[in-house]
Design a protein. Structure first.
Length: 336
């Protein structure tokens, strides 16, 4: 295991992530990401963009492919609701001789090596973890490890970006962090042509007709604002092919339709099939504004509980998108 000594403290480094991932279509978001990372003058600093989009829309793929495009090593840090500040920076581990060894996170390893770090699904992380990153994300470009008692400065070539899902199961990031995570790069639904190319790339052994059938479904879903993603499309196609593998002939058109139905019900749900004839939409993903509306309702309820008898007939029977985080606590309120 690689190690490096900083201010007398030996740090053991993490390993980079190597994946086969290319970015297909949508060159504009790739351009924006690379532009944000570029420095155009010796007095210039790279930016720390956030990549937004629905789950399965290609955020992690975009970040990874962009890093590969500029021939950089990539370190992915998977953020969760349980990520503690020290997990992001340096964690002490007991060695075989009962000694304390300090392990640099993938983020800190990328900082030291001048590589790229993707903070994946950053808004699953609570505020106190974000706080430890504030100096890294502005012109100071360092982090402090309280546990190891050292400061780690980022290599000039170090770059970072954060991917964020726009769904209800996340924290709102605090404003002082949000202002450092700029620009916002949004991954949207691909065109039919690009979506076919993406599915082909992911499942090169699938028949053209099957891919086109699944993409037609996805495109209808996008138009209906049903939150089905490319990942769903990849999963449906894969499962269709696995189910049909027992047949001793290429899939017929009728078999394709019935395997599609079965795979879609299993990967998504019964309602998803309604997208095909345009009769029903999947419940839309809730965006921060909607979370806010729900939160004010909760504030209201708490207020009632605090200040007198609660009559209990609050109209909460409409589209009940979750406002709880992964641990069942409400998401934090977003400031304007
Ligand atoms: N433009 C694209 N080029 C190549 N693959 C893509 C593209 N967009 C999405 N995908 C595929 O879609 C799936 C989900 O992408 P991922 O990056 O994991 O989504 P997210 O991080 O937004 O949840 C992956 O299988 C990925 O390969
Ligand atoms: Mg992702």
């Amino acid at each position: 295991m690689d190690s490096i000594t900083i201010d007398g403290v030996q740090l053991f480094l993490s390993n980079p992530t190597t994946l086969e991932m290319d970015w297909i279509g949508q060159p504009d978001v790739m351009e924006q990401l690379l532009a944000a990372w570029a420095t155009i003058h010796e007095a210039d600093l790279p930016m720390c963009p956030r990549i937004l989009g629905q789950p399965g829309s290609g955020k992690t793929t975009l970040a990874y492919a962009a890093a590969k495009k500029i021939n950089k090593e990539v370190y992915i840090f998977q953020c969760t609701a349980d990520t503690r500040p020290e997990d992001l920076i340096i964690t002490p581990v007991l060695g075989s001789k009962q000694e304390i060894r300090y392990h640099a996170s993938s983020l800190v390893t990328a900082m030291i090596k001048g590589a790229i770090c993707i903070l994946d699904e950053g808004n699953r992380m609570p505020e106190k973890s974000w706080a430890s990153l504030a100096p890294l994300l502005d012109k100071r470009r360092y982090v402090e490890s309280i546990l190891a008692g050292i400061q780690v400065k980022a290599h000039p070539d170090f770059r970072v970006c954060v991917t964020m899902n726009q769904d209800a199961s996340v924290f709102e990031i605090p404003d002082y962090i949000g202002s450092r995570l700029q620009p916002k790069i949004t991954v949207t639904y691909p065109s039919r042509e690009n979506e076919i190319a993406i599915l082909k790339y992911n499942i090169p052994f699938a028949q053209k007709e099957i891919i086109e059938y699944v993409v037609d479904f996805l495109q209808k879903a996008h138009k209906a604002d049903a939150a089905y993603s490319i990942r769903d499309g990849v999963n449906i196609t894969r499962f269709m092919l696995k189910l049909a593998a027992k047949e001793d002939h290429p899939m017929t058109s009728d078999e394709m339709k019935s395997y599609f139905k079965l795979a879609t019900t299993k990967v998504l749900d019964e309602d998803a099939l309604d997208v095909l004839d345009g009769t029903k939409k999947r419940k839309k993903i809730s965006f921060p504004g909607e979370i806010n509306k729900q939160l004010f309702k909760i504030d209201d309820l708490i207020d009632k509980l605090d200040h007198g008898p609660f009559d209990g007939d609050d109209d909460d029977d409409e589209d009940n998108t979750g406002v709880a985080d992964a641990r069942g606590q409400p998401a934090r309120k977003k400031k304007k």
